[in-house]
Design a binder for this molecule. Structure first.
Ligand code: PMP
Length: 374
């Protein structure tokens, strides 16, 4: 039985992408490979809304993107403000501390957006070199209001560099790097881009690149200045790119753009709405007050044991994820992004309802499916 992978990344990968990935390896400095890189980067710029951004695709997971964002723009004397909606926002604090960067945090209460008045007051009382915001925090499912944060930064502290983690958002939600005046954005290959894990994809603004030139970066492999010549012309060498992951990413982006990026956003909105309507009907509370289109985080009703639920569900061929940090054991996370379809979600819903019933939680099946389809 083929498992239905509904964790919030890695997500299922289409046959066409797996096939592209299994092609023969070619030289990483060949003209053929350089052309493929060029085409991929054109897609990336569109994905981020970054006509003016400089795009990168680097071998490494999303955490490398987080680290590159900080190491390339924060020097010895710089400081950072982290806006956190959960576990992945907090990871920026960890990385900053590891690198010896002076860091402050504003945290939203679980499931709630960071208070924008608190942000305004914080920016008025202290100057920050950079601010980070996680577009979708995969631990709580909160969708950040990047545009409003951008407006506040423009108004109060326009020289502060703005870093956005798009790992659980890019491709599924509109991102406007240029219009929102972002300085760094990055994502991972394994979420809405429906590509196997292993690539981080970034864009830097020209002022972020200027900032990199002005500091001595605490990274070698992740130094954007070493990668820029390769991204401009991949017949040049710095470190060997993952040729076959590039094949996969290129194919998946081609599929997404053939489908239409706006249609892809709409598909995510619709899947999220159906899932939430169904679980609302089942009586399961959603953690996020401002929920993302890529995943939903639900709390269990009284009496449902996390391990028993996810274990039984896996036996039926559906894999969902546990909740993280302070929510651990209290609920589950279901991804509805990438190549996942509404038909697959209906199958999963059927099995979830069945599992809940086996564990003693009853609901009106007819109404749940009606809610899903409404
Ligand atoms: N940011 C967010 C929002 C994420 O969801 C994740 C991974 N789930 C990361 C960063 C880290 O990415 P990776 O696990 O690929 O290193």
């Amino acid at each position: 039985m083929k498992e239905l992978l509904l964790i919030p990344g890695p997500t299922p990968v289409d046959e066409s992408v797996l096939k592209a990935m299994s092609q023969d390896v070619i030289s990483h400095t060949s003209v053929e490979f350089a052309n493929l890189v060029k085409e991929t980067l054109v897609y990336i710029k569109q994905l981020f809304g970054a006509a003016n951004g400089f795009p990168f695709v680097i071998t490494g997971s999303g955490t490398l993107g987080m680290e590159m964002a900080l190491t390339n723009i924060l020097g010895e004397k710089d400081n950072l403000l982290v806006l956190s909606h959960g576990y992945f926002g907090d990871r920026f604090v960890d990385i900053a501390k590891q690198l010896g960067i002076d860091v402050d945090t504003i945290k939203g209460a679980t499931g709630e957006h960071v208070d924008l008045d608190v942000l305004k007051n914080t920016l008025k009382s202290k100057h920050y070199t950079a601010v980070t915001l996680t577009h979708v925090d995969t631990s709580t499912g909160v969708l950040a209001d990047v545009e409003s944060v951008s407006k506040i930064l423009q108004e109060i502290s326009p020289d502060t560099l703005f870093i956005v983690d798009g790992v659980c958002a890019t491709g599924a939600v509109k991102e406007e790097f240029d219009n929102w005046k972002l300085d760094v954005i990055f994502t991972g290959s394994q979420k809405a881009l429906a590509t196997p894990p292993g690539l981080t994809i970034l864009a830097f603004s020209s002022r972020a690149i200027e900032k990199r030139k002005a500091i001595s970066p605490r990274t070698y492999y992740g130094d954007i200045l070493r990668w820029m010549p390769v991204m401009e012309d991949a017949t040049k060498y710095f470190a060997t790119p993952s040729v076959n992951l590039f094949f996969a990413l290129h194919k998946s982006l081609q599929n997404i753009f053939d489908f239409g990026l706006e249609n892809y956003f709409k598909k995510h909105e619709e899947m999220a709405k159906s899932v939430r309507n169904a679980f609302k009907e089942m009586g399961l509370p959603l953690v996020a007050k401002r929920p993302a289109p890529t995943l939903s985080v639900f709390l269990y009703p009284e009496g449902i044991d996390d391990k028993a639920f996810r274990g039984k569900l896996k036996e039926k061929g559906v894999v969902v994820a546990n909740t993280l940090a302070e929510l651990y054991g209290k609920g589950f996370r279901i991804g509805h992004m990438g190549s996942v379809t509404k038909d697959e979600l209906i199958v999963a819903l059927y099995k979830i309802v069945e599992t809940f019933e086996e564990l003693g939680y009853k609901c009106d099946k007819g109404k749940v499916f009606e809610a899903f389809l409404s």
